[in-house]
Ligand binder design. Structure first.
Ligand code: GSH
Length: 116
């Protein structure tokens, strides 16, 4: 179960949503931040002490501090190459040089597909 807290008009939330979209991952999104509040509640701060969006909870593993675009692309490439998704069509949002950097980073990501 993948849950993402964050408002859709946040660039940092958008890069996570983009990554999930590229990987066809299903997720629940809870509006949080700015006009939605939520990120100042003690419950949210327990998940993400920075009180910023996004916050991601993947089966109990909580992640905050969404990485830069190249790192997000690297994660998408690593998961895609691991066979977790049947097809992987990417949308070009980064430069050739950034893509090469993403490919290098993807090689360092220790990802094991479910069931492997
Ligand atoms: N490095 C952090 C930065 C997060 C960040 O700056 N989020 C902004 C939105 S883009 C935020 O939470 N602002 C306060 C708010 O939306 O209430 C990350 O990527 O997670």
């Amino acid at each position: 179960m993948l849950t993402i807290w964050g408002r859709k008009n946040s660039i940092n939330v958008q890069k996570v949503l983009w990554c999930c979209g590229e990987l066809s991952l299903k997720y629940d999104r809870i509006d949080a931040g700015m006009e939605h509040g939520v990120n100042n509640t003690p419950e949210y701060r327990a998940l993400n002490p920075n009180g910023l969006v996004p916050t991601i909870n993947y089966d109990g593993f909580v992640l905050w501090e969404a990485p830069d675009n190249v790192s997000m692309a690297a994660v998408a490439l690593a998961i895609g190459a691991g066979g977790a998704v049947s097809s992987f069509d990417t949308t070009v949002l980064i430069s050739v040089e950034e893509t090469i950097n993403a490919l290098r980073k993807a090689g360092q990501i220790r990802y094991r597909p479910p069931g492997a």
